[in-house]
Ligand binder design. Structure first.
Ligand SMILES: *Cc1c(COP(=O)(O)O)cnc(C)c1O
Length: 834
């Protein structure tokens, strides 16, 4: 690493603005500057789409010449002033949020997929994080993201002739990544340390600019660190638990310390996944130091403004560290703060003695949410163990359905079409037109589709040619190089991580049936596939191998192609060009899924399992669903549906998708297909955008949470903790007395005696609960305190009148009441009558 790479001594003065243009990753979605980078070095720009790399590679003489070239200077000046305008412009946030979040949102995630030129991601979670940042920039929401700068990122993939995955770990030269060293207020390179066993690990700060938002990154590759420690931030998801814990310490503890060093005072901390739970602990430590309190008060004071988003669908997906490992690594840090691992385990404990990071995140947060409507229910189920005897429907998990950053995923053709339909600024504000595509004629939509498909075929040929020449010596070079692909043929796309739950092999269940579809002379099909399998996922690798073997069968050769090294760039091409995007995960593993959302803006259609986002998006106008309308309960039933799902998939393709695509109306266009595209674009594009997602987080979480946080002063936090201690002391002695029931004409009245052992009745709520049955939906009815019982201290009579059901259907319960708390998350005491 040489600092010379950042000093840009060679840059002529009049072109100095190129540095901030090149370092603003806005060029990944806003293409106004493309011409500028092309003028600097067309070949490097086309090959890398990394403006910073382009700028660093330009010869001094060329820059000198450009600084004298009036055409270039005009182009340059225009970009510089547009960029200045952009940074000053009013935004949705500045117009409608009264600056209530001006301290900023500290946003933590293990991976970020902003651009293929900044490869710090492996898949869905990272891409979502990147899209979240970009949409926050569009809306002006002051998000400061914190992450790790991996020297190698996730592995890169190739396949050998046998279809076996080969893994590469190319080194990310940080001077060529579009980030710069982060400077503190004195202009020094920002560095923080994190206590490790017997040493301090030094971390260096980096900064990525994502439009109006910052992406703050840490790496441990400081030459003064122990050799082993320098590699903590080497790769993403290596599978080694010790390294994983080290990374989470760097991200969480180091990340929060970095914010502190930069004197940031975030209004809120939002963590994506439990990986960064330690940030919340370090935040409490910082508060504890500044307010001179104990940890418990600090926890209650800060948690109101901590939001935990979970993307996990099964409890096995939570990060867990064996107690001994956690003790070895965390004690040096905790003891420095007067804290103990026992304490964290108590907060995190969901019935195990391991350190469960999701549990810790939950215990440090004021609210938590899943990422689709169905995932909310899944989340309630998998987090239930943290809530004692609370029934699943009462688990306070919210949800915000994920979305994608539309301007990052639209094609040049669809960009034009949308601009025609609803103007330039359409993605920067809530969409107003209910049916933007209704005025766009069939021919324009169809021409956009075919043009996108032609470009995809061209791209696939280029990629396949390169793959072929590297190592895949198939029998038929034309097929291997994509020359048999056809832009008029119905193209099905499937690209995602290859792992068992995603069922990439569902379409291979009946290979002969698939062969018939692919080789139909009049209505043919072609398939493009991509995806990596985690290096330790043997099953996933086998799935890739099976597809590769199938694609080499002589009768389908050239009609089924596998593009190696799936990343943002490959995804961007596929989702623009394919006609139908296929997704077939098995329930409940896919929390939301986002790749299918990326085709919407481009007029691609979805054929997908009725699960995740598609379960809320699907109707029979917009696409096709496997097991449409299945309820959460039906989906949750055990048992494999692979065979019946595969049958449904074939039937949908044979009876609906393929005939509809090839059926031409009297204008010679596939009218029904186009109507479906229009419905999908109109109904779904705006709804499944990151723009909508970020606005939901702001309105439903950030703003109300910040307001609650303001009310939680140090005094109130201390009072809440004291109350809680009191509740803990008395709770074991609470008792129910007699329960009586009186049936009226059209109602029944329950009376209940309770003994509260010194807890004030205003601190508690007594409720009658009836579960859903043939007598009606679930009912939770508060009981009114009528009067104290004479003759016995701390005893009260409660009463409630409810619609009639068999008396045994109602069960009373007692829980804590305090409008200042988020319940039952912040106090899950509950006592049932039986
Ligand atoms: C969108 C995207 C994903 C997420 O896809 P899912 O189908 O939701 O799993 C993963 N990887 C890349 C490169 C993507 O662009």
């Amino acid at each position: 690493m040489t600092l010379a790479a950042y000093s840009m001594r060679a840059l002529p003065d009049q072109l100095s603005g190129l540095i901030s243009l090149a370092l603003d990753l806005r060029w990944t979605w806003h293409h106004g500057g493309d011409q500028l980078w092309r003028a600097l070095d067309e070949e490097a720009w086309e090959a890398t789409h990394n403006a910073w790399l382009v700028l660093n590679g330009v010869a001094v003489e060329h820059l000198q010449a450009l600084s004298q070239d009036p055409d270039f200077l005009t182009l340059y000046q225009e970009q510089v002033s547009r960029h200045e305008e952009f940074t000053r412009a009013a935004t949705w946030y500045s117009d409608s949020c009264n600056n209530k979040l001006d301290g900023g949102i500290a946003w933590f995630c293990m991976e970020y997929g902003v651009s293929e030129s900044l490869p710090l991601y492996s898949g869905g979670l990272g891409v979502l994080a990147g899209d979240f940042l970009k949409a926050s920039s569009d809306l002006g929401v002051p998000v400061m993201a914190v992450g790790l700068l991996y020297q190698q990122g996730y592995f890169r993939q190739a396949l050998n002739t046998a279809g076996e995955q080969i893994e590469f770990h190319p080194y990310n030269d940080p001077t060529m990544l579009p980030v710069s060293p982060l400077r503190d207020s004195n202009g020094e390179w920002a560095r923080v340390t994190v206590p490790f066993p017997g040493r301090e690990v030094r971390l260096r700060g980096w900064k990525g600019q994502v439009g109006r938002c910052e992406l703050l990154l840490l790496d441990s590759n400081d030459p003064r660190n122990e050799p082993g420690d320098r590699g903590i931030t080497s790769e993403l998801y290596s599978g080694d638990p010790e390294k994983r814990l080290q990374q989470e310490m760097v991200l969480g503890i180091g990340g929060w310390r970095l914010l502190e060093l930069l004197d940031r005072k975030p209004a809120l901390c939002h963590i994506n996944e439990g990986h960064s739970a330690l940030a919340l602990v370090e935040r409490a430590h910082q508060w504890q130091r500044s307010q001179q309190t104990d940890f418990e008060v600090a926890r209650f004071a800060t948690r109101a403004t901590n939001l935990f988003t979970t993307h996990t669908s099964v409890a096995a997906g939570f990060d867990r560290f064996p107690r001994a490992l956690a003790a070895l690594y965390l004690e040096p840090w905790l003891s420095g703060q007067g804290n103990r691992l026992e304490n964290l385990l108590g907060i995190a404990n969901g019935g195990t003695s391991d350190l469960n990071m999701a549990g810790l995140a939950l215990g440090m947060s004021g609210r938590f949410n899943g990422v689709s409507r169905i995932h909310q229910k899944v989340t309630q189920t998998i987090f239930q163990p943290w809530f004692g005897r609370w029934p699943t429907p009462d688990i306070p998990a919210d949800y915000v359905t994920n979305g994608i950053h539309t301007p990052s995923w639209d094609s040049p053709e669809s960009d034009q079409l949308w601009t025609r339909a609803c103007g330039k600024d359409r993605w920067r504000q809530p969409m107003l037109e209910p049916e933007p595509m209704c005025d766009v004629d069939d021919l324009s939509i169809w021409e956009m589709r075919r043009s996108q498909c032609r470009r995809l075929v061209g791209y696939l040929r280029k990629r396949l040619h390169a793959q072929h020449c590297e190592h895949n010596y198939g029998s038929n070079p034309d097929a291997a190089c994509g020359l048999l692909l056809d832009a008029e043929t119905l193209t099905l796309g499937f690209a995602r991580r290859f792992t068992a739950y995603k069922r990439p092999d569902l379409l291979l269940k009946d290979p002969e049936r698939l062969v018939r579809l692919l080789t139909n002379r009049d209505q043919p099909l072609q398939i493009v596939l991509a995806g990596k399998a985690h290096p330790k996922d043997k099953v996933g690798k086998e799935l890739i191998r099976r597809w590769k073997a199938f694609s080499q069968r002589p009768e389908v050769e050239g009609k089924v192609v596998f593009i190696e090294d799936y990343d943002l760039a490959v995804a961007g091409q596929l989702i623009q060009g394919v006609d139908v995007w296929l997704n077939t995960p098995s329930h409940p593993w896919e929390a939301c899924g986002t790749s299918g959302m990326k085709v919407l803006v481009n007029g691609g259609l979805n054929l997908s399992q009725f699960d995740g986002w598609w379960a809320e998006a699907w109707n029979d106008q917009v696409g096709w669903a496997i097991r449409p309308g299945a309820s959460f309960e039906e989906l949750a039933l055990d048992g494999s549906h692979d065979d019946s799902d595969a049958r449904e998939l074939y039937e949908l393709l044979e009876q609906q998708v393929i005939p509809e695509f090839y059926h031409l109306d009297d204008k010679g266009l596939p009218g029904t297909w186009l109507q479906r595209i229009r419905a999908s674009m109109d109904q779904l594009t705006a709804r499944y955008s990151a723009n909508r997602m970020v606005r939901e987080y702001v309105s439903d979480f950030y703003l109300p949470m910040a307001a609650q946080g303001n009310e939680r002063t140090p005094e109130i936090a201390a009072e809440l903790v004291a109350n809680r201690k009191n509740v803990c002391r008395h709770w074991p002695k609470l008792r129910f007395g007699e329960l009586t029931e009186q049936t009226g004409d059209n109602s029944q009245t329950f009376s209940l005696c309770v003994y509260l052992d010194g807890l004030g009745h205003e601190q508690l709520t007594v409720e009658l609960v009836a579960e859903a049955s043939e007598f009606g939906p679930r009912l939770v009815q508060p009981m009114a305190m009528e009067h104290a019982l004479e003759g016995s201290e701390d005893s009260y009579l409660y009463r409630a009148t409810v619609p009639p059901r068999p008396a045994g259907h109602f069960t009373p319960r007692i829980r804590v009441k305090d409008a200042r708390l988020n319940l039952p998350l912040e106090d899950s005491h509950i006592l049932w009558y039986r």
